[in-house]
Ligand binder design. Structure first.
Ligand code: SAM
Length: 245
């Protein structure tokens, strides 16, 4: 089964592809966007959920998203049209590393896409390229809440603990002006939503050629989470400013 299709189905009821609830997303956007007429860039925007929420509640905001998935960008276009914000959203179908912009952005955000840049600090380095003076970066990434098993590291990648993650960000010239650590409820809700929705889809489509694979995958992923990383992995969102520009 195609990876993008799996992700599309799994996120049907949790369109923000991170363990964050709607209030947390709203608060993070509020800390990133103060005036309401800013230019916002999302690196690895997927279906554009962050940008759509920002645009819907701020009529003077302009936004651009970059992603390599044409399927996800098509979803973003359709949703933007439905929400009446299409004229203020520009979508770029290309690798984020190749994106060039004639103007800078007041807020650069990137969630769930750090792997595309090679980790959190390279993501921040990429974001900095587009940042207007005094601008903010809104970024989310994993951390180890407890000592991980080797299996968890192989599954999710290598992270640091929360304090070390923030230390590294600060040593890189950034100051957190707001942060949010996803709660156990947010972490659990995200996993149940993804793997439950995929299982639901498989059970609703017993004759679909991908049905059995989807059902097996939902069970595997749920087990990997429950037995592998539920008690060790955390997720932190940071609103950052350059310490010295
Ligand atoms: C987990 S999704 C997150 C989507 C979105 N940021 C969100 O939070 O809903 C990761 C996204 O990164 C995109 N991506 C992966 N590699 C990329 C790259 N090199 N350049 C741009 N986007 C990339 C994927 O296509 C996918 O849409």
């Amino acid at each position: 089964m195609d990876r993008e299709e799996i992700s599309r189905i799994a996120h049907t009821h949790h369109p923000i592809k991170s363990p964050l609830n709607d209030d947390s997303v709203r608060q993070l956007l509020d800390h990133g966007i103060s005036r309401g007429d800013e230019r916002v860039l999302d690196l690895g925007c997927g279906g554009g959920e962050w940008l759509l929420r920002a645009l819907s509640s701020r009529p003077d905001l302009r936004a651009e998203g970059v992603d390599i998935s044409e399927v996800a960008l098509a979803d973003a276009r359709t949703r933007a049209t439905g929400l009446g914000v299409r004229d203020r959203l520009v979508l770029h179908h290309q690798p984020a590393a190749e994106f060039v912009s004639p103007h800078a952005f007041d807020l650069v955000l990137s969630f769930g896409a750090a792997h595309a840049f090679g980790g959190l600090l390279p993501t921040l380095a990429a974001a900095r390229e587009y940042l207007a003076p005094g601008g903010r970066v809104l970024v989310g990434d994993g951390f180890w809440d407890r000592e991980p098993s080797q299996e968890s590291i192989e599954m999710l990648g290598d992270f640091a603990d929360l304090a070390t993650t923030v230390d590294r960000v600060m040593a890189d010239g950034w100051t957190p002006v707001h942060g949010h650590v996803s709660t156990r409820q947010e972490l659990d809700d995200y996993e149940w939503a993804c793997w439950g929705t995929l299982a639901d889809w498989a059970l609703d489509h017993p004759a679909h050629p991908d049905g059995p694979e989807a059902l097996a995958l939902s069970a595997t992923r749920r087990t990997e989470w429950l037995r592998g990383y539920r008690d060790t992995w955390g997720f932190v969102s940071l609103v950052l400013r350059r310490t010295f520009d």
